[in-house]
Design a protein around this ligand. Structure first.
Ligand SMILES: C[S@@+](CC[C@H](N)C(=O)[O-])C[C@H]1O[C@@H](n2cnc3c(N)ncnc32)[C@H](O)[C@@H]1O
Length: 248
């Protein structure tokens, strides 16, 4: 059986191969600057019980990697036999989608790359996905409720990660309250104006529920005492596996 721990192990060789390929093939704008494959370390911590072998038990092989950046994780899943649709938006993507498109060529991949702006009304390439990867993108969206509700209609499971916070910028501890903090365009210490809604854990859980999802597993990583919505040192991320209550 291929559980998340064995996927994590197998991913090391794939990551090394991708690094070589990227080093040998520079692209305009540069390759995405963060380690996408490290998401698997967090998924290994996240998943419990039978969820640890979720990729083994999927009945359909269609996976959407939404907010894919250069697509490393989706390409890894493709190497395991999954059919991947990549969705991202050139204006927000590190290299205008050149990275993921170039990797399709270099890896001789069958994956499809779709330019989709989730800040507008959008359509998904397929009516149904067994799994959606929705990692590191929710807090970049203007309308998180709409997008999560839309995805719940088309996907059975969703892996999601997003930034969360406990303490407001002026020091009030809001960690037990259902609130979201809307960042100003210049408020995030990393200078990224596309950081919008940062929620407390209870708010995020309530959003998942109201958008049509049950939470199967949930963890947070990073700063776990005094995380705030804006600083680099006080960054906390939630990872969750969700199951839709409404997908057909
Ligand atoms: C922080 S990266 C996450 C990369 C990868 N999924 C990971 O977890 O490592 C966020 C990605 O979301 C994409 N994104 C942000 N806003 C978007 C939007 N409105 N529509 C589509 N994609 C968007 C960005 O272009 C970027 O590639």
């Amino acid at each position: 059986m291929r559980d998340i721990r064995s996927l994590l192990r197998e991913s090391k060789a794939f990551s090394a191969k991708l690094s070589e390929i990227k080093k040998d093939n520079p692209i305009e704008g540069g390759w995405y600057g963060y380690d996408i494959m490290s998401n698997l370390v967090h998924l290994d911590r996240l998943l419990s019980g039978e969820n640890r072998s979720i990729f083994d038990r999927l009945t359909s092989k269609a996976v959407a990697d939404i907010g894919c950046a250069d697509g490393d994780l989706g390409f890894f899943l493709e190497s395991l036999g999954f059919e991947i649709d990549f969705l991202d938006w050139p204006a927000t993507n590190w290299n205008g989608l050149r990275g993921v498109q170039r990797l399709v060529e270099l890896l001789d991949s069958n994956a499809k790359v779709h330019s989709v702006n989730l800040d507008e009304y959008f359509a998904l390439p397929r009516p149904h996905y067994e799994v959606v990867l929705f990692l590191g993108i929710l807090y970049h969206l203007k309308n998180p409720f709409y997008v999560l509700e839309r995805l719940a209609k088309s996907a059975k499971y969703c892996f999601v990660s997003t930034r969360v916070f406990r303490v407001a910028p002026r020091g009030e501890n809001l960690s037990l309250i259902n609130v979201a903090y809307l960042l100003g365009a210049d408020e995030s210490e990393n200078g990224d104006a596309t950081n919008y809604w940062i929620m407390t854990e209870p708010c995020l859980r309530r959003l998942f529920h109201r958008a049509g999802w049950d939470v199967l597993d949930f963890i947070t990583v990073g700063e776990q005492r005094a995380s705030n919505p804006h600083s680099i040192a006080k960054d906390e991320r939630a990872f969750a596996l969700l199951r839709s209550r409404v997908a057909g």
